[in-house]
Design a protein around this ligand. Sequence first.
Ligand SMILES: [Zn+2]
Ligand SMILES: [Zn+2]
Length: 232
Amino acid sequence: MLNGLLNLLFPQACPVCRKPSSEHSIAPICAECWRTIRPYRSPACRRCGAPLVSDAAATCGDCLRDEPSFERAVNFGLYEGALRDAINLLKYRGIRRLSGPLSGMMLRMEFPDVDAVVPVPLHEKRLRQREFNQSALLAASIARHIGATLETGCLVKIRDTPPQVGLRSRERIKNIKGAFDIRRADRIRGGRILLIDDVVTTGATVRECSRVLKKAGARAIHVAALAHGVRD
Ligand SMILES: [Zn+2]
Ligand SMILES: [Zn+2]
């Protein structure tokens, strides 16, 4: 409540356009910049959702060389502009109310029927630093809307991996290998899982999570992320 009052008295500047934001649910991003967030509609790999330069190939090279354990991965938008700012504000500035409108965007995508929604976990050390897992906030809202069970304690991160930023694709795969484990496998055995991540870059993390879930007996895994990193 204090937060809301402060926002009212001292409107924050929108990080995108620097104008004051008056809409509390999406603040500090202003309504005008929020409206610029669009779903990605250009060619993408039909398996992993990676943006492709042309639609000549339906499946990307990574998926052809090394088939993922998930059935399909989809992303709402690209990690750029106001969407990138919104994700970073949620993640690094702790503006949790953004998880509502952001999960609303994800819900505009079509999801198959699933039994459980599982967020990509954070290592407990990171969780203590950040106080919450942004993917778990998104997953909770999605689970509620699609009427599936939210499973937060099943997939755990057991190794605190160095940040993936700046690593090449092969290094990312090596970096993340063996970083996840399963607790209470009975909760997911035989089930259809929707795995939720905030940002997917090379897909190394969701690939590894899916591999571990599948090995523990999950029947099928679908992946949904808010944004896909823009390849350079
Ligand atoms: Zn703005
Ligand atoms: Zn692919």
